[in-house]
Design a protein around this ligand. Structure first.
Ligand code: HEC
Length: 229
């Protein structure tokens, strides 16, 4: 099987994710791929190279008006955490109810682990998932299951995405922000960048590192310690 460095793709190409393997010379460890083979005809998550984002396997796709196309099959990307802001603890009107399931591209995950930086073309994909049965046993929306009292996942209800692209979003610390609706799917097919006031401003003012609330995701971004023998 031949190995190909990410940066060496001159044009778009479809590469099955299953064929992503590690090591790409010394430059970008852990994020290279093998070329596809005929055996892999319809992978669930097709890798699509864009020379604008040489380190990224599933790059953002833009329409001619500069809108971000809804990322495909994002639930098959890498899950990095689920902050929770239930309506029940926010006077019934949390801005981003309730679980925030955050996914990123596999190459972004590996690159951050290797370098501590998010590569150009990184997407943070946050799907909102409501608490189920919020009018149940308690006014705060919690309820009991045999595991204990808590918040349990119900229907999904919205999609927000941030994209790192220093050419398109230099004015907002290199990240653009997109909302594909805060309601039940189907979500919008494409979304225009939101204003600084609506999104980027709060990330500029408050985020932990490079516009991302990365401390929330560290427990999963950090490699799992090996079991002791
Ligand atoms: C008032 C502050 C505030 C505003 C406004 C805001 N966010 Fe965030 N955002 C946060 C916080 C805090 C987190 C992490 C905790 C959480 O998800 O509750 C976050 C997390 C995110 C994440 C996950 C990756 C990350 O950076 O941690 C995305 C994607 C995101 N926001 C997109 C948006 C979009 C799109 C908008 C505008 C529609 C927006 N945000 C507006 C505060 C804000």
């Amino acid at each position: 099987m031949s190995r190909v460095c990410l940066g060496s793709f001159g044009s778009f190409g479809i590469v099955p994710l299953a064929f992503i393997i590690s090591a790409c010379g010394n430059k970008v460890p852990d994020t290279s791929v093998a070329r596809p083979t005929a055996a892999d005809k319809s992978p669930a998550l097709a890798v699509r190279w864009d020379p604008a984002y040489p380190e990224i396997d599933l790059p953002p796709v833009w329409d001619p008006d500069g809108k971000l196309i809804q990322p495909k099959n994002f639930r098959e990307m890498v899950f990095i955490g689920a902050p929770l802001t239930p309506h029940g603890l926010n006077d019934g009107k949390a801005n981003f109810p309730e679980f925030h399931n955050v996914y990123i591209q596999p190459a972004a995950f590996k690159a951050y682990r290797a370098t501590g930086k998010w590569p150009e073309g990184t997407m943070m994909i946050k799907e909102l998932q409501l608490v189920d049965d919020p009018k149940g046993e308690f006014p705060d929306g919690s309820r009991y299951l045999p595991s204990g009292r808590g918040y349990f996942p119900g229907p999904v209800n919205g999609l927000d995405v941030s994209v790192k692209d220093s050419k398109r979003f230099a004015a907002t610390n290199n990240w653009g922000y997109f909302n594909f609706n805060h309601s039940a799917p189907p979500y919008l097919a494409a979304a225009a960048a939101k204003s600084v006031e609506e999104c980027a401003g709060c990330h500029i003012a408050n985020a932990d590192e490079d516009m991302v609330y990365v401390k929330l995701y560290k427990p999963i971004l950090d490699p799992l310690p090996l079991p002791s023998k």
